[in-house]
Design a protein around this ligand. Structure first.
Ligand code: UTP
Length: 405
């Protein structure tokens, strides 16, 4: 089927509206982009402004700090052994757009230093080096980028010599892109020769590792566990031996680092069971009744927020990856062409992008261990420039943890 036919079949012929104005080269690029995209995601627009259907939410017990402290030595030993045996790798999710931070560079290139340069990527590598020193072994790091930030990310790592992490342990791959559409489900053009696209969320990483061949490195090295983490938490502990050991010893297929909520209604997703599956319920889905539900100790049961740091069992992921993950909608300001064909950057949301979310991977997993960590030590996300979850708040926590800025 040729491109025109493909588009007319799905009602997206507008993407070729300016074809006659394009050079042969531009036309070729546009056609290739159209061929590479999965337009079926757009049908999800029908769910816009409708609450997502959820199953029955029940509590999932977390492993709390006192229990972890009581068995720390045991967990640590198992984790260190697994790391020493090369069974654990790390996956850095760095394909996001970081729009709230408002920098044109990848978020990891943001300099949080005050009297010296200290980049977000550097903070993460420094944290990894603590584990390297403890175990005496390097572990593989897989860095997910998108089409939009692959070149700048790889160039930056090269320039900075991976902040001291050996080349043979650092691998980059690209995630998939998804088309963006207007409120009528019509896919937008960003330019006359380019469809508007955005990274397809933070859950496609395993599939992208498979597609790009990076998974072969995992298999060749007999890596059994993958610790996935977000780029923006500068206090993130990566491949933490105690966490690894606890997940293995408690025989779960996923470990999820969680923090105790600051307030009963803090805006974080919390771990739960949904129809008996491990899952995450978003703060806006928690009714007052669920929010205040307590256990026999009088402690709130939906009280542990996820921080995007998960340890996945690789074998089980192979099974999950074949089940398709749903797409979620996000209303965004999408740069596009106006009715006269001029490129515009809208001031208000003008359509939707589509994302797969890690919570759906958790739902497909057979078991999950929510593992409590000390918030002040391990959770300093940078989403905004100022205020909550910002460069400012992260700097405060970095300082508290003894990092010179
Ligand atoms: P966020 O949901 O905070 O999104 O990502 P973001 O793109 O970084 O920031 P905003 O919303 O545009 O301001 C959480 C983590 O998931 C990664 C991000 O890089 C970050 O580590 N991510 C997100 C991806 O790797 N790919 C995506 O498509 C989306």
């Amino acid at each position: 089927m040729d491109v025109k036919e493909k588009l007319s079949k799905i009602g997206q012929e507008q993407l070729l509206k300016y074809e006659s104005e394009l050079t042969e080269e531009q036309k070729k690029a546009l056609y290739e982009q159209i061929e590479s995209l999965d337009f079926s995601v757009v049908k999800n627009i029908e769910h816009l402004h409708k609450p997502e259907k959820r199953g029955k939410i029940t509590p999932l017990k977390s492993l709390e700090l006192p229990e972890i402290q009581a068995r720390e030595a045991e967990y640590r030993k198992v984790g260190v052994d697994a790391l020493k045996a090369g069974k654990v790798g790390a996956v850095l999710l760095a394909g996001g757009m970081g729009t709230r931070l408002g920098s044109n560079d990848p978020k990891g290139m943001y300099n949080v230093g005050l009297t010296r340069d200290l980049y977000i990527f550097e903070c993460l590598i420094n944290n990894m080096m603590d584990v390297v020193r403890e175990t005496g072994t390097y572990f593989h790091l897989f860095v997910m980028t998108s089409d939009l930030n692959y070149d700048s990310t790889t160039k930056f790592f090269k320039e900075k010599k991976n902040f001291g992490y050996p080349d043979e342990y650092v691998h980059f791959f690209k995630q998939e892109m998804a088309p963006c559409c207007d409120y009528n489900g019509k896919v937008l053009l960003e330019r006359k020769d380019k469809v508007a696209v955005s990274p397809n969320g933070n859950a496609g990483w395993f599939q992208s590792m498979k597609r790009t061949g990076v998974l072969d490195i995992v298999k060749k090295n007999n890596i059994e566990w993958l610790n996935v983490f977000a780029v923006d938490n500068v206090c993130q502990r990566i491949c933490d031996p105690v966490f690894v050991g606890a997940t293995i010893l408690e025989k779960r297929s996923v470990g999820a680092k969680v923090v105790r909520k600051n307030t009963r209604d803090e805006k974080v997703g919390v771990m739960c069971l949904e129809d008996g599956h491990p899952s995450i319920v978003e703060y806006y889905e928690l009714t007052d009744e669920l929010m205040d539900l307590t256990d026999e100790r009088g402690e709130r049961v939906y009280n542990f927020g996820v921080i995007l740091n998960y340890l996945f069992n690789e074998k089980e992921l192979e099974e999950i990856v074949d089940k398709s993950l749903p797409y979620h909608l996000a209303e965004k300001k999408i740069p596009c062409l106006d009715e006269n064909g001029n490129e515009v950057k809208p001031e208000t949301p003008n359509g939707c992008k589509f994302e797969q979310l890690v919570l759906d991977m958790i739902y497909l997993s057979s078991s999950c261990l929510p593992f409590e960590v000390v918030r002040e030590r391990e959770f300093a996300p940078i989403k905004n420039k100022t205020g909550v979850d910002s460069v400012e708040s992260a700097r405060e926590l970095l300082k508290k943890n003894g990092v010179e800025l």
